[in-house]
Write a new protein. Structure first.
Length: 241
C-alpha cells in the first residue's frame, strides 16, 4: 500500500505526498510551494519521481519549478491545461482517456471542469483515495472561475458515483467555514456531529482532510443538489456568504 502524508502550505493549502511501497520514492500532489516538500523529502530520504497537478492555479503549482530543479521529476497535468500551456515544466498530459501509470500501477483520471476548465481528479482505486484539487471540499465545492454551473454539477456527479468509502483529500482547509454556510441553511444531527469532529481536529492542529465520500453525501449540499438550478443557487449563495 502507498503511504500518504499531509503537508501545510501558504495560507490554507494542503500538499499531499505519496510514498512508494518500498519507502524510497515519493509523488507530490499540488505543491503550491516547494519549501515544505523539500523539507519532508530530505527528512525522510525520499526521491521525488512525480508531481501531479490537479489544475493550473498558482497556489497549486507554485513550487513545481523548484522541485523539478532539485529532482528532475516528471510533471503531470490535464490535457486541457497542457493545450493551454498552463502547467509549469509539464512533461505528461493525462485525461479520462489517457490514465496515468505511476510506479507500475494505473491511476484513474476524472475530467472535472468547473473550478477551471482543465481541472482533473486523481483516483487511486486500490486505496480508494481521491485527490480532487479544488473541485470538492468538505461541506463545499470550488468557485466557478472558468466553468459553468452545469459543468460543475456533472463533475460532482462523477465524484458522487465513486464508492462511498472513498477518502477525499481536498485542496484547502475550508471545512469549518463551509459548515458555517451549510448550517445557516439547514441543521441536523449529522451536521452537528461532523462539526464537533472537525473542531476537535482543528483544535489539535490536525487537518480535516481527508473526509469520506459517505460523509459528504450526507452533509454536502453541492453533492446533494438534485439539479443544475439548485446547484447554481447554492453556489451563488456560498459566493456571497
Amino acid at each position: 500500500m502507498l503511504g500518504l502524508h499531509v503537508l501545510r502550505a501558504l495560507k490554507d493549502n494542503f500538499i499531499y505526498v505519496l510514498t512508494s511501497e518500498d519507502g524510497q520514492q515519493a509523488t507530490v500532489i499540488d505543491p503550491g510551494e516547494a519549501a515544505p516538500v523539500l523539507k519532508f523529502l530530505r527528512a525522510h530520504s525520499l526521491h521525488l519521481t512525480h508531481i501531479l497537478c490537479t489544475h493550473h492555479h498558482h497556489d497549486h503549482v507554485g513550487g513545481v519549478a523548484e522541485l523539478v530543479d532539485a529532482y528532475k521529476c516528471a510533471v503531470i497535468g490535464s490535457q486541457k491545461d497542457f493545450d493551454l500551456n498552463r502547467i509549469p515544466r509539464g512533461t505528461l498530459a493525462v485525461s479520462e482517456q489517457k490514465p496515468l501509470k505511476l510506479w507500475g500501477r494505473s491511476v484513474h483520471i476524472l475530467d472535472v471542469p468547473g473550478h477551471t476548465l482543465g481541472q482533473i481528479c486523481y483516483y487511486f482505486e486500490p486505496e480508494q483515495m481521491l485527490f480532487p484539487g479544488d473541485t470538492l471540499f468538505s461541506a463545499g465545492c470550488g468557485r466557478l472561475f472558468e466553468g459553468t454551473p452545469e459543468q460543475m454539477f456533472i463533475s460532482l456527479r462523477k465524484i458522487a458515483a465513486l464508492p462511498a468509502s472513498t477518502k477525499i483529500y481536498f485542496g484547502h482547509e475550508y471545512t469549518l467555514h463551509n459548515l458555517d454556510f451549510v448550517q445557516s441553511r439547514e441543521d441536523n444531527q449529522a451536521l452537528r456531529a461532523y462539526r464537533e469532529h472537525c473542531e476537535k481536529l482543528v483544535a489539535r492542529g490536525e487537518p480535516t482532510s481527508p473526509s469520506q465520500l459517505s460523509t459528504e453525501l450526507a452533509i454536502n449540499p453541492f453533492l446533494r443538489a438534485p439539479d443544475v438550478a439548485t446547484f447554481a443557487e447554492t453556489r451563488a449563495a456560498r459566493d456571497h456568504f
